[in-house]
Design a protein around this ligand. Structure first.
Ligand SMILES: [Fe+2]
Length: 494
């Protein structure tokens, strides 16, 4: 087993008051392969493949542990491989250029992306860290790890060894969003990159060949984490979360601030995927989406489902006055994300309806991806209903047709990840499938994977898999079918 074991000094290390370093976020310093994992219940035999997940897992002590933020952790990628009712799990860090710089220095070189703390040195290569920690999927026969500040990294699909960066066969050179969408009809990838106030739209086929690209100016340098796409449009929510400039970065200040005045509130940019024409629509206030489920066209309208929060980022005056030892994550910890629907009418170019879907607050929304870009009925997400609203505490399934929400709390396990929906073979309805999620066991301080039958959502899980590894709370992931993994491995060995 490569890597090193945790020592007593590592336990609750570095800053016991910073939640991003403790509990479900506690780092794990073993790159491990664990086999024949203990299973309570039964893994459905039809599940042959891997749940790939990211974790946010600092490999060295942050320079200012109080400033360390969940988003800063180095990406350790996990594969939970299922076959014939058995499971094994592997984990590897993504060896980015910045990871190697810190490895060679034997200590942290980079400050916090969100909370600053270390003046950015533009003579360093790279000057800022790509943490490679946000999303992972198989595309173009490659296992790719995405973070929006850079091109994706490519890993071996089974060994998880880092192979370098992926540039869509030379067609993309700038940053790529971690929230691409896949068109289920043809496997095409729809994505974008942001540099300053310029957004570049890309559409590639399933072999990574770029089919079209458009560019437009958002008006502000907005932190744009997620978007939605329909058959004919792509919609971007331009929020008051704005990037600060190089002067702020060189002064060690946070990289984004919440500035509704400069952004002129929240707006939608609707891109016609065919012509490249952009329509801006006023969002009726200052707020931010966190993540989106999906969107679809209905007549002249676009229906968008996602989660909404009232504020996202430091206020400028707060960011300028961070005190030594200050709890830097206060604004983030108090954030609440509500399930929300927006309806844009393209003929009047107005936001015609927007409203909260239910009272079950939470984050990490997903759908059955077979319905992406077209009308969906069900949404799944991790709830944050407890008093400690930043921490996830259960899962929810919302039926938009019946306006019903079912929830799964689990007293023994906590802090579930984003749920990933896997359609059953020969599924007969949109919600006919399995829901996979990773949870934290506070007694063992290790991770467990639960598989729920999405049709019987609030029943006991059909399988509880004990990973024998910790998975520090990460962000996103995907289930990849075993045949696709095998094809990817053999295409790379030819
Ligand atoms: Fe995300």
């Amino acid at each position: 087993m490569p890597g090193r074991a945790l020592t007593a000094e590592d336990e609750h290390m570095w800053d016991e008051n910073n939640r991003s370093l403790n509990g479900p976020f506690e780092p794990w310093h073993q790159e491990a392969d664990t086999f024949d994992l203990e299973v309570v219940g039964k893994i459905p035999l039809e599940l042959n493949g891997s749940l790939y997940r990211t974790s946010s897992n600092p490999h060295v002590q942050p320079p200012h542990p109080n400033r360390y933020h969940w988003f800063d952790g180095d990406g350790m990628i996990y594969g939970v491989f299922l076959r014939d009712g058995r499971a094994h799990a592997s984990s590897r860090w993504v060896r980015t250029a910045a990871f190697k710089v810190e490895e060679e220095n034997g200590k942290a070189v980079y400050g916090s992306i969100l909370n600053g703390g270390v003046p950015v040195d533009f003579s360093l290569d790279p000057p800022m860290k790509n943490p490679a920690n946000t999303h992972v999927t198989l595309f173009d026969d490659r296992l790719l790890v995405f973070t929006e500040v850079d091109l994706p990294h490519e890993l071996h699909p089974t060994t998880l060894e880092t192979r370098g960066q992926y540039d869509y066969h030379g067609d993309v050179s700038g940053p790529v969003t971690a929230h691409w969408k896949t068109d289920p009809r043809n496997g095409d990838m729809l994505f974008y990159g942001v540099s300053g106030s310029t957004l570049t739209w890309y559409h590639a086929n399933s072999h990574g060949k770029l089919l079209d690209s458009h560019q437009f100016d958002m008006g502000v340098a907005c932190f744009l984490h997620d978007f939605v796409a329909t058959e004919d449009y792509a919609v971007f929510m331009i929020t008051p979360t704005l990037f600060t400039g190089p002067e702020d970065l060189m002064a060690g200040k946070p990289s984004v601030v919440w500035d509704p005045e400069t952004s002129n509130g929240t707006r939608f940019a609707v891109l016609d995927r065919h012509s490249g024409a952009v329509t801006f629509i006023d969002g009726g206030g200052a707020y931010s989406g966190t993540h989106f489920y999906n969107a679809y066209q209905e007549g002249s309208s676009i229906v968008i489902d996602g989660h909404r929060t009232d504020r996202w980022g430091w206020l400028s005056e707060e960011s300028a006055a961070i005190a030594p030892g200050q709890d830097c994550n206060e604004w983030f910890d108090s954030m609440v994300a509500k399930p929300w629907r927006w309806v844009l009418d393209l003929s009047s170019q107005r936001l015609t309806r927007d409203y909260q879907i239910n009272d079950v607050v939470g984050e990490f929304p997903r759908i059955n991806d077979e319905y992406a870009l077209r009308k969906h009925r069900f949404g799944y997400y991790a709830t944050t209903q407890g008093t400690d609203r930043w921490l996830t505490d259960g899962l929810a399934k919302h039926d938009y047709q019946g306006d019903l929400t079912a929830t799964i709390p689990n007293a023994e396990l906590v802090s579930p990840s984003e749920p990933v929906f896997v359609p059953r073979d020969n599924a007969t309805s949109e919600d006919d499938g399995w829901m996979m999620s990773l949870w934290w066991n506070p007694f063992t301080r290790l991770a467990e994977m639960l598989i729920h039958d999405a049709l019987h959502f609030d029943a006991e899980p059909v399988a509880r898999i004990k990973l024998n590894q910790r998975v520090p709370m990460g962000f996103h992931g995907n289930w990849i079918d075993g045949a696709a993994i095998e094809a990817a491995v053999s295409s790379q060995t030819v």
